[in-house]
Design a protein around this ligand. Sequence first.
Ligand code: GUN
Length: 306
Amino acid sequence: MQMPLVLDGVAIAAEIKAEVAIEAGEMIARGVRPGLAVILVGSVAASEMYVRSKVKTCGELGLFSEMLTPPESVTTDELLRMVAELNARAEIDGILIQLPLPAHVDTKRLLEAVSPEKDVDGFHPVNVGRLQSGQPGLQPCTPAGVMEMLRRREIAVAGANAVVIGRSEIVGKPMAMLLLNASATVTVCHSRTRDLARFTREADVLVAAIGRPGFVTAEMVRPGAVLIDVGINRVTDAASVQRFFPHDAGRAAAFQKRGSVVVGDIDPAAFALSSAYTPVPGGVGALTIAMLMSNTVKAAKLRRGA
Ligand code: GUN
């Protein structure tokens, strides 16, 4: 069997960002700088890291960015006022509310308050509806990144059996819809699916977005399938490191040093059977910010008629 193609998310993200920088440069030359506002509530370490990375990438590509950092105690009403101000400001093209929000905040109401034209996450019901009905609009960054990756590496999905494991609003559902719109035959599996392997073994393209380390094992995968791993799970026990990376001295050393390593939702042993796969880290995760930048420029163009 041929060696699988590694779908290098870092390299593909670099391609996308280079194109976004050119588009942004052309807009800036015409006096329009695309701008992104990010709302980060409280101080969750992982969220802070993601948001800093988003803001930094804006700077690298020439986009204007602004970070709003209300405290954990902020109310839904205060956040709604913030969003209303951002909706009204001409220089803001994209609004991103970093999730998850504290339990006392009405997340649904807040996401619906973002103007659909500035909804660079693609979470507003109007954009969900546009995706569902195949109309152009802003699409969620992670699944849109997966489609972009497949397109750029010439992996055709029309007519393919695509199986998505996970039905979240952020990844699973929009992923299924994008694959369907691209003429794949789509099956969505989830925690209540009976005999999951029966479905996954039929997959030409298998997308795992469940958040459980190494959940998809080699026995569940059809040889030659394309494996897309959306999971980013931190494992902190030696037994898991040994199970997932039995011959990986680099991972073992990293575990010794940091006490954890990152594993996707697909057991790395399954990758060897595939025709192409996304590594973790350095696969799908690397694309999400690039797609956010792309969505911000897209929003700027749509809204400003450029
Ligand atoms: N938290 C984890 N993923 C995401 C995402 O795609 N968008 C937002 N806003 N928050 C997230």
